[in-house]
Design a protein around this ligand. Structure first.
Ligand code: UDX
Length: 440
C-alpha cells in the first residue's frame, strides 16, 4: 500500500518505519531539511531502541523514503498520516497550526481519493477541523475528490516505541465511515494478529481516548507521589505499600511507582491541554489541576531533600546527578525532573557533575556553556568530590553500583534517590545516608 507520513518526530518516524518494514511503500515528509538529509543517510534524530535498524532496512529495500516536498507526499499516498507536533501554547492548549497547515496542503495537492489519518495528539473536535480545512482547500481549486479523516491516536512509549507499534494493545480508529475503517483494518492487519486489537469508535471518542489514557496514568503517579509524602511523615514505607496495593488486580502493579515526578513530551502537556479543554467547555475539572499541582511539587522534592541535608546555601558545593533523561532508554529531557533539580541547584550556587547513558548530547544542547554543569564520562567520575549524589532516572546500570568506590569518591556518603532503586538495608549497610521518596 502507498502510505505518506507527514512529520518525522517520534510518532511519525516510528509509524513510517514500521509500516515500511511490512512492505508498504512509505514516503515520510518533514519541513526540516537537515533532518531529512540525515534520515536519508540512515541517521536518526532520536535515541530509540530498534528503530535505526528498521529505518536502515527500509532505506535499503526502497520501501522507506524521505522528502521535504509536501506536494510529492500528498500525491504519493492512499493513506496520508498527519503526525506533526501539537506544541502547547502558553495557556496549555494544544496548538493546531502545524496539523491544520498539513490539512490545507492535503486539500491543495490531493489528486485522487485518500484516507487522511490523524496520529498527532489533538483536542476533541480536531478531526472535524481537519476535514473542514481539506474541504475548503479543495473547494478553492474547484476539485471534487473524496476523502475521509480518521482519528487514530498513537499510544507508543518512548524507549519502547517500536515494540509498542509492532504489538499494540489496541488500535483505536475514530471514524463514522465503515468502509474507511475496513481499509484501516487492512493496513494494520500485520500488527493485529492472534487476537483482535481493533476498536472502532466515533472520532471525538477516539480523540478523547488518548487524553483519557494519559491522564489516567498521570493521576496514578500523582496519587502515589502524594501517598509517598504521607508515608514519609507517618513512618511508613511507600515501597511496601506499593506492593500491598498492587497485589489487588483492580489496581495492578504497573504505573504506581512513586518518584521525583513524571516528565516527557506527553503527560505534562496532555494533562494541561485537557484542563484547558475543560475550561473551554465551562466544566470544572479539579482532579486534572490537582494531578499537575502534585507533579510540580514532586519535581521540587529532590532540591528540598538536598537542602535539608546540606543547607539552603549551596555555594561551593558540588552535586553529582545520575540520570538526566525523563525516564530510562531515551535521550529525551523534555519536562525531566533532572532539569528542575539542576536549575534549582545552580540558583543556590552549586555545581553539578552529571552522567546519563544516553542524554549527554541533549544536555549539552540544552545547557550550552558556560554553565555550572559538568558532564562526566561515567557515573563514578560524576561522584568525584561531590557532596551528594542525586538519582533522577532509574537506568539499569545504576541499580548495582560499586558502593565502596562511590563512598571513596564522594566527599560525604549521601544519596538522594528520586526513583527508589536501592534496598534500604543494603544501602545503609554500605555506610550511606539514604534519602528516598516516601521511605523512612
Ligand atoms: C506516555 C504513555 O505511556 C504513552 O502511552 C503515550 O503514548 C505517551 O506518553 P512516555 O511519555 O514515553 O509515554 O513515558 P512513560 O513510560 O509513560 O512515563 C512517563 C513518566 O511517568 C516518566 O517520567 C516516568 O518516569 C513516570 N512514571 C511512570 C512514574 O513516575 N511512575 C510510574 O509508575 C510510571
Amino acid at each position: 500500500m502507498k502510505v505518506t507520513v507527514v512529520g518525522t518526530g517520534y510518532v511519525g518516524l516510528v509509524t513510517g518505519a514500521c509500516l515500511a518494514q511490512m512492505g508498504n511503500q512509505v514516503l515520510c515528509v518533514d519541513v526540516d531539511v537537515d533532518k531529512v538529509v540525515r534520515l536519508r543517510a540512515g541517521e536518526l534524530p532520536i535515541h530509540e531502541p530498534d528503530l535505526p535498524a528498521i529505518v536502515q532496512g527500509g532505506l535499503a529495500s526502497g520501501c522507506l523514503c524521505f522528502t521535504t516536498d509536501i506536494a510529492e507526499g500528498v500525491i504519493h499516498g492512499d493513506f496520508l498520516f498527519i503526525a506533526v507536533g501539537t506544541p502547547p501554547d502558553a495557556d496549555g492548549s494544544a496548538n493546531l497550526r502545524h496539523v491544520l497547515a498539513v490539512a490545507g496542503d492535503i486539500g491543495k495537492y490531493l489528486q485522487r481519493p485518500a484516507i487522511v489519518i490523524n496520529k498527532s495528539t489533538v483536542p476533541v473536535g480536531t478531526a472535524q477541523k481537519v476535514r473542514t480545512c481539506i474541504a475548503l482547500a479543495l473547494q478553492e481549486r474547484t476539485a471534487d475528490i473524496a476523502f475521509d479523516v480518521i482519528a487514530n491516536p498513537e499510544f507508543l512509549k518512548e524507549g519502547a516505541a517500536v515494540a509498542d507499534f509492532m504489538k499494540p494493545d489496541r488500535i483505536i480508529i475514530g471514524t463514522d465511515n465503515g468502509a474507511a475503517a475496513e481499509q484501516m483494518r487492512t493496513l494494520y492487519a500485520p500488527f493485529n494478529r492472534n487476537h483482535d486489537r481493533f476498536i472502532v469508535m466515533d472520532p471525538p471518542s477516539a480523540e478523547l481516548t488518548k487524553y483519557a489514557a494519559n491522564v489516567m496514568l498521570a493521576t496514578r503517579i500523582s496519587l502515589m507521589n502524594e501517598l509517598a509524602g504521607l508515608a514519609e511523615r507517618m513512618g511508613a514505607d511507600i515501597e511496601q505499600v506499593r506492593r500491598g496495593i498492587g497485589a489487588d488486580p483492580r489496581i495492578g502493579h504497573a504505573f504506581i511507582y512513586p518518584g521525583c515526578g513524571y516528565g516527557g513530551s506527553c503527560f505534562p502537556k496532555d494533562v494541561r491541554a485537557l484542563e484547558y479543554s475543560a475550561r473551554q467547555h465551562d466544566f470544572d475539572a479539579p482532579l486534572l489541576a490537582a494531578v499537575e499541582k502534585v507533579n510540580n511539587r514532586q519535581k521540587r522534592l529532590l532540591e528540598q531533600k538536598v537542602v535539608q541535608a546540606l543547607g539552603a546555601d549551596l555555594t561551593g558545593k558540588t552535586i553529582a546527578v545520575w540520570g538526566l533523561a525523563f525516564k530510562p532508554n531515551t535521550d529525551d529531557m523534555r519536562e525531566a525532573p533532572s532539569r528542575v533539580l539542576m536549575e534549582a541547584l545552580w540558583r543556590r550556587g552549586a555545581r553539578v557533575q552529571a552522567f546519563d547513558p544516553a542524554a549527554m548530547d541533549e544536555a549539552r544542547r540544552l545547557y550550552a556553556e558556560p554553565c555550572a554543569l559538568q558532564l562526566c564520562l561515567d557515573p563514578y567520575a560524576a561522584c568525584e568530590n561531590a557532596d551528594a549524589l542525586v538519582i533522577c532516572t532509574e537506568w539499569q546500570q545504576f541499580r548495582s553500583p560499586d558502593f565502596a568506590r562511590m563512598r571513596s569518591l564522594l566527599r560525604q556518603p549521601l544519596i538522594v534517590d528520586g526513583r527508589n532503586i536501592y534496598d534500604l538495608a543494603t544501602v545503609r549497610a554500605e555506610g550511606f545516608t539514604y534519602h528516598a521518596i516516601g521511605r523512612p
